[in-house]
Design a protein around this ligand. Structure first.
Ligand code: C5P
Length: 401
């Protein structure tokens, strides 16, 4: 069967929400696509839809309790997580998301999620107030940083009669997301990739500093995408609010000078360097040892240039692949091309930071990837993880060349 689902083992977790009945349609489509689907239902889910439905659709025993007599599997919560190519939770209640985010494993589904190394995809569905609850959003943010995926709920009329964001995403969207995860290639297996991310902070005195607007999201997305594709990732990061991503070696730095020494120290190990950090170009020449007093007078702070880290890597590049970013507000392509040449990059990722909704701090980006061979590839607006994968596709090609 020529489908991305063919011969894949998918564990479908069904939790207790009204949308549980919609999981049957997803289940059926996966089975028709050739997947072997094993369903785990929480106890509440069985109040909304009967296990027999999923048994009939999948041809497999449905697991409903942690203490069920194992029939198909020796010890289900050990064998299923290992067998799974993907774990999909439809619908995902606030309860299951909260449990996983906090390490609770008190039923078969949460235990299986905890025990699997396979990608986990949640399709949440709940009342809009529950979805908007800051506790919920923190859990989603934490899990996302750890590599769990979420298919955003849609806006519309909810089962409770209210309108808002909380409806289960449509089957088409869920199936596409599953197909995308199953299609992730392991094409950077073992490749050592050094990524810089975030801003740097340059001290003026012990309490004040010069910073910039970088959130670190783009660099962290590159690190995460690279890990998912099998790379060995060293992430040298300035201060950010992003939780530590799973599977990377995180080296935390504060200043441009610290970032430079961390990068140069790890350069010998790296086959690829991707400079997504927004490194300060200037740093106070002589930061005060004590807090500078307010006197009412004007204050001048003398700044000196920092070392350009990617340019320094470019001078010591060897046979590495080097990717730099160019955040510009005007003459995007021209400015990016001149950086490509002057810094000895293989690729420059140009993004127009003057456009609203993309670039600094945003969850999405829209970039042009320019190669030293003259190639120009425009990548339409997309989540930063997708942009990261596009960048890695270019890197992969250059590695193969
Ligand atoms: O020249 P510009 O600062 O715009 O170039 C941006 C690129 O250079 C980014 O990839 C950034 O990570 C890198 N850079 C650096 N060290 C600096 C300044 C920029 O690595 N001091």
């Amino acid at each position: 069967m020529n489908s991305v689902y063919a011969n894949k083992n998918i564990v479908l977790g069904v939790t207790g929400g009204i949308a549980a009945y919609k999981a049957a349609e997803i289940c059926s489509a996966l089975v028709q696509g050739g997947a072997s689907v094993h369903v785990i239902m929480t106890e509440s889910a069985t109040k909304f839809v009967g296990p027999v439905t999923f048994r009939a659709l999948t041809g497999h025993q449905v697991i409903t309790g942690l203490w069920d007599e194992p029939r198909e599997f020796e010890i289900a919560h050990v064998s299923l997580p290992d067998k799974a190519d993907l774990l999909l939770v439809v619908p995902a209640t606030a309860n299951i998301i909260g449990k996983v985010a906090n390490g609770v494993a008190d039923d078969m589904l949460s235990t299986t999620i905890m025990a699997t190394k396979a990608p986990v995809v949640f399709a949440p569905a709940m009342n809009w107030k529950m979805w908007a609850n800051p506790v919920m959003q923190k859990n989603v943010e934490k899990l996302t940083a750890l590599g769990y995926r979420f298919i955003e709920p849609e806006c519309g009329r909810l089962a409770c009669g209210e309108e808002g964001k909380g409806r289960l995403a449509s089957p088409g969207v869920i199936l596409k997301a599953v197909a995308d995860v199953l299609a992730i290639k392991n094409d950077l297996d073992g490749v050592a990739i050094l990524v810089t991310a975030g801003p740097t902070q340059e001290p003026i005195d012990p309490v004040r500093m010069i910073v910039n607007r970088s959130s670190g999201k783009m660099g962290y997305a590159v690190a995460r995408a690279a890990v998912e594709r099998g790379a060995k990732v060293i992430l040298v990061s300035g201060p950010t609010d992003i939780p530590e991503p799973a599977g990377v070696e995180l080296v935390k730095v504060q200043t441009a000078a610290e970032m430079l020494s961390a990068v140069m120290a790890r350069l010998p190990e790296a086959k690829v360097v991707i400079g997504a950090a927004a490194v300060a170009d200037f740093t106070p020449k002589s930061p005060g040892n004590q807090k500078i007093k307010k006197t009412g007078d004007e204050l001048s702070i003398e700044l000196q240039p920092t070392t350009d880290i990617t340019a320094e890597v470019g001078r010591n590049k060897g046979d590495r692949v080097l990717v730099g970013f160019a955040a510009e507000t005007e003459n995007l392509i021209k400015n990016a091309q001149s950086k490509l040449a002057s810094k000895n990059y293989d690729f420059v990722v140009a993004n127009d930071v003057s456009k609203p909704g993309i670039g600094f701090g945003a969850d999405e980006n829209e970039v042009t990837i320019i190669g030293k061979d003259g190639s120009v590839r425009e990548v339409a607006r997309a989540p930063k993880l997708d942009i990261a994968n596009e960048i890695l596709d270019s890197v992969k090609q250059a590695l193969g060349a």
